[in-house]
Design a protein around this ligand. Structure first.
Ligand SMILES: Cc1cc2nc3c(=O)[nH]c(=O)nc-3n(C[C@H](O)[C@H](O)[C@H](O)COP(=O)(O)O)c2cc1C
Length: 224
C-alpha cells in the first residue's frame, strides 16, 4: 500500500498528530509513505496555462510536481488542515487551485477512481466537519473512488494541551478509519454519483471544441 500525505500546515500540532495516528495504523511500510507540506507553494496566478496548454506549462510546476507524482502513484491520499476561519488553510487551498486541470471536467488521472482519500481537520470549537467536507469535495472532483473524513474538535491551540479524553476519541476514530482502509484498499470502485459525473463529462468532451488539450486527453485515455 502506497500512501501520500499532504499537510495543510508546516507545524506539528493537533492536525499533524491525528494524521500520524492514522498513518501509523495503515498496512504499509514506512518507506511507502510520502509526506509533504503545502506551505511553500506559490499562489496560482490564474494564467490558465495548465488547463489550455498542459500542466507542464504551470509557472509553479517545479513546486508541485513531486507532490502530484506521489499522489498519482499512491493508493491512499491524505490531506489535512486545521480549521482556519471555517475553512482549510490558505496554503492547502493553493495546492488545490494548482490541481484544477485534474478536475473531472478537464483531465482526471485514470488512477483516481481506484484510490481512497482521507480528509482530516481539527478545530478548537466548530468547523472541522465543514473543512473535511471541503477537502473531500476537491477529491470528488478529481474522481477519487472513496473518501473518508476525520473531523475532530480538540478544544485546544496545540496537541500538548489536548485532553486525554479527546486523544482517546482520536485514537478510536483513526483506528476505525484505518481498519476500513486496510480492508478495502484493493477493491475501490467509484460510486453512483461519481459514475454519473464521469458520463456527463464524457458527453461534454465529445463535443468539446474549445480545449483540444482536454479532448485529446480523453481520446488518448480511450474514454471517448
Ligand atoms: C488563523 C486561525 C483561525 C482559526 N479559526 C478557527 C475557527 O474559525 N473556529 C474554531 O473553532 N477554531 C479556529 N482556530 C483554532 C484551530 O482550528 C485549532 O486550534 C486547531 O486544532 C489547530 O490545529 P493545529 O494544532 O494543527 O494547528 C483557528 C486558529 C487559527 C490559527
Amino acid at each position: 500500500m502506497k500512501v501520500a500525505v499532504l499537510h495543510g500546515q508546516k507545524h506539528k500540532g493537533s492536525t499533524y498528530h491525528i494524521t500520524k495516528l492514522l498513518v501509523d495504523k495503515l498496512d504499509c511500510a514506512k518507506e511507502d509513505v510520502k509526506e509533504f507540506c503545502a506551505n511553500d507553494i506559490s499562489d496560482c496566478i490564474g494564467c490558465f496555462q495548465c488547463i489550455i496548454k498542459g500542466e507542464e506549462n504551470c509557472p509553479h510546476r517545479s513546486q508541485t510536481e513531486e507532490i502530484i507524482k506521489a499522489i498519482e502513484e499512491a493508493d491512499i491520499i491524505i490531506f489535512d488542515s486545521p480549521n482556519y476561519v471555517m475553512n482549510m488553510s490558505g496554503q492547502l487551498k493553493t495546492f488545490f487551485d494548482h490541481m484544477a486541470y485534474r478536475w473531472i471536467s478537464h483531465r482526471p488521472h485514470p488512477s483516481m477512481r481506484r484510490k481512497i482519500g482521507v480528509a482530516i481537520s481539527t478545530t478548537a470549537g466548530a468547523g472541522a466537519g465543514r473543512v473535511t467536507k471541503l477537502i473531500s469535495s476537491q477529491m470528488f472532483w478529481w474522481s477519487v473512488g472513496k473518501t473518508y473524513k476525520i473531523p475532530m474538535a480538540v478544544a485546544a491551540m496545540n496537541w500538548g494541551t489536548v485532553k486525554d479524553k479527546i486523544k482517546i476519541k482520536a485514537e478510536k476514530k483513526t483506528t476505525k478509519v484505518a481498519n476500513a482502509i486496510n480492508k478495502k484498499y484493493r477493491y475501490v470502485k467509484p460510486g453512483i454519483k461519481a459514475r454519473f459525473m464521469f458520463n456527463l463529462m464524457k458527453n461534454m468532451q465529445k463535443s468539446n471544441d474549445y480545449n483540444p488539450v482536454d479532448s485529446n486527453y480523453w481520446k488518448e485515455q480511450g474514454w471517448i
